[in-house]
Design a protein around this ligand. Structure first.
Ligand code: FES
Length: 162
């Protein structure tokens, strides 16, 4: 089947099996090297992407579900101003994800910061899809809260100079 979607800002028409997982589409059809295909079964959380801004495990998203959607992988997100906010939050808290889960955790932090979620339980529930044990939960909560502050300040500055 043909599927129209946007991946990392590029509008694409893909011809593929409607059940093909998004993680394999990213590997085979877009040359994405950042999204990991590890367990292919919702066990590791290392294949996280944003679909219309929402966190999704790309190994669990069949092709037909991305029709008309906007997919963001870490490959494009890493160069964004929003990622700079998250890097500042990592630095401020003095805690960083390990190289293995850096991409997935950063995308989840982005979703939480974008939605302004400060509730510890909600933060940890969302981050629990990444099974890598490298981060202290207290640090994760502080990173989201710090990220929200940093994002707000940047948005205020931007509106003052608009
Ligand atoms: S590859 Fe492990 S959760 Fe998707």
């Amino acid at each position: 089947m043909k599927i129209d979607c946007t991946i990392d800002g590029k509008t694409l028409t893909l011809s593929l099996n409607s059940d093909k997982p998004l993680s394999l589409i990213l590997r085979d059809n877009t040359g994405d090297n950042d999204t990991v295909n590890h367990c292919n079964g919702a066990m590791c959380g290392l294949c996280t992407v944003l679909v219309d801004g929402k966190v999704m495990l790309s190994c669990m998203v069949p092709a037909f579900e991305i029709r008309g959607k906007n997919v963001t992988t870490f490959e494009s997100f890493r160069k964004s101003k929003n990622m700079k906010d998250i890097e500042k939050a990592y630095e401020s808290v003095g805690s960083y994800p390990c190289p293995e889960c850096y991409a997935s955790r950063s995308l989840i932090f982005e979703s939480l910061i974008d939605e302004g979620i400060t509730n510890p339980e909600e933060i940890l529930k969302e981050l629990s899809i990444v099974k890598c044990p490298c981060m202290d939960p207290e640090d994760e909560i502080m990173i989201v809260r710090r990220g929200i502050e940093i994002r707000r300040k940047r948005n205020v500055r931007r509106s003052q100079f608009a």
